[in-house]
Design a binder for this molecule. Structure first.
Ligand SMILES: [Zn+2]
Ligand SMILES: [Zn+2]
Length: 418
């Protein structure tokens, strides 16, 4: 009886070789920059008490419509992690590490949303968080990190947009101004936002619909209504970006509708992608988040960057090509497989990528496999070589004569060639 065939669920996908090589290389590039910048890896569970996420995101689409919530057999209400920051802050509150706490993560996030290009129900984010300091130079470091990561993987058409949205001191007065402004123009707003002016006026500013955009063309701007400390913070951030040659544009519409976001908010957009899906990295400062999770008042800033979206941007720019497999030598064994077994092991143990065929295939089949493997050299052991205790080393991808090498010298010989 044939078994039922399954496919990956809608909105999820398999990442197979050779694509997975690119994923691996991207994570490695991020990890490398994180290591150079003093950020250490943090791993949090795939699921948490749903309260961790709902408390911090109440009123957002992520929490209201897109979170995977379930009850486990012990009656706990759990949720699959919809985003990275809340889980990292929960871990901070639980373990109280020394500050500044600078960490990075690679995390699968889950959101029940409409599947479309570059948007998945399970997607993978790379991100950093720096907790415990309000120093604007940390904002600069985080922004520089984002710009450097994207540059190091080869993206060139990237635009950093940023804004400062103030804090608990200056935002209430600004929101009053904005509400008054919006009420005067309520009839011109889109259907979704007209009834929600009082509830969350900031969201009108980042509405993508033409009606809202036109009605708010000269709405009051957060940066014009910052208190003195917020102004100084923002100035220092801009100075830092100039000093480090990080280009940016200020975008007054870049606001976050949640109370715990403060001051710096930013996005890196890949201009090679369509505007609706061009954000490749986004984040901001969140000075109230740790407190909302039961911790002491602790400022923080960070960003998340979706791997799928970043790779789409790389495709659009023909950047970050798929790396080689890392197989340097393919051992072709025509004497029963023992030579291939032993030689691949010695090559690998000495740091050389090596592979082989199985099941005593013909010379022709093994040479084909050697070509497919991407190896630079074939190490061939036929009957003559076996009798002489030698190996024929044949270049596969470059000009050059083949050479007969004593078997015990193979590893050193190959090292000399690579
Ligand atoms: Zn709107
Ligand atoms: Zn302020």
């Amino acid at each position: 009886m044939p078994g039922e065939q399954f496919k990956a669920s809608p909105g999820t996908r398999d990442v197979l070789p050779p694509e997975s090589r690119r994923w691996q290389a991207l994570r490695a590039a991020f990890a490398d920059l994180a290591g150079r910048s003093g950020y250490e890896l943090v791993e949090t569970p795939l699921f948490e008490d749903a309260g961790v996420f709902s408390r911090v995101g109440e009123g957002t689409d992520i929490v209201r419509k897109e979170m995977y919530v379930f009850e486990d057999k012990g009656g706990r209400t759990l949720a699959l992690r919809p985003e990275g920051t809340a889980a990292v802050c929960r871990a901070f509150v639980q373990h109280r590490p020394q500050t500044p706490w600078k960490v990075w993560y690679v995390a699968q996030n889950f959101r029940y949303e409409r599947a479309q290009a570059g948007r998945y129900r399970q997607h993978t984010q790379l991100g950093i968080e720096a907790l415990g300091t309000e120093d604007p130079d940390v904002d600069v470091e985080v922004l520089w990190f984002g710009a450097t990561y994207l540059r190091e993987i080869g993206l060139r058409r990237v635009l950093l947009v940023l804004n400062s949205i103030g804090d608990a001191q200056c935002r209430p007065a600004y929101l009053d101004l904005l509400r008054a402004y919006l009420h005067e123009r309520a009839d011109r707003l889109c259907d979704e936002h007209r009834p929600r002016i009082d509830e969350n006026p900031l969201r009108v500013l980042d509405c993508k619909r033409a009606a809202c955009r036109e009605a708010t063309a000269d709405a009051p701007r957060t940066v014009d209504h910052l208190c003195e400390p917020c102004q100084q913070h923002f100035q220092r951030v801009l100075e830092g970006l100039h000093a480090l040659n990080v280009d940016y544009a200020i975008d007054h519409r870049l606001v976050r509708g949640l109370d715990y976001y403060t001051r710096t908010t930013f996005e890196f957009q890949a201009t090679a992608l369509e505007t609706a899906n061009s954000t490749v990295l986004a984040g901001g400062r969140y000075n109230g988040l740790v407190e909302s999770l039961g911790g002491p008042p602790t400022p923080g800033i960070g960003f998340g960057s979706g791997i799928e979206r970043v790779l789409l941007a790389c495709d659009a720019e023909e950047a970050f090509p798929t790396p080689d497999r890392g197989v340097d030598v393919f051992v072709v064994d025509l004497v029963g497989g023992g030579a291939a077994r032993d030689l691949t092991a010695s090559l690998r143990e000495r740091g050389i990528g090596a592979d082989r065929a199985f099941e005593a295939r013909s010379m022709k089949a093994q040479m084909k496999a050697a070509d497919r493997s991407g190896a630079r050299f074939a190490a061939i052991v036929g009957e003559d070589e076996d009798a002489a205790g030698a190996v024929t080393v044949r270049p596969l991808r470059e000009e050059g004569e083949q050479e007969l090498v004593p078997r015990e010298k193979l590893v050193d010989h190959v090292k000399g060639l690579l």
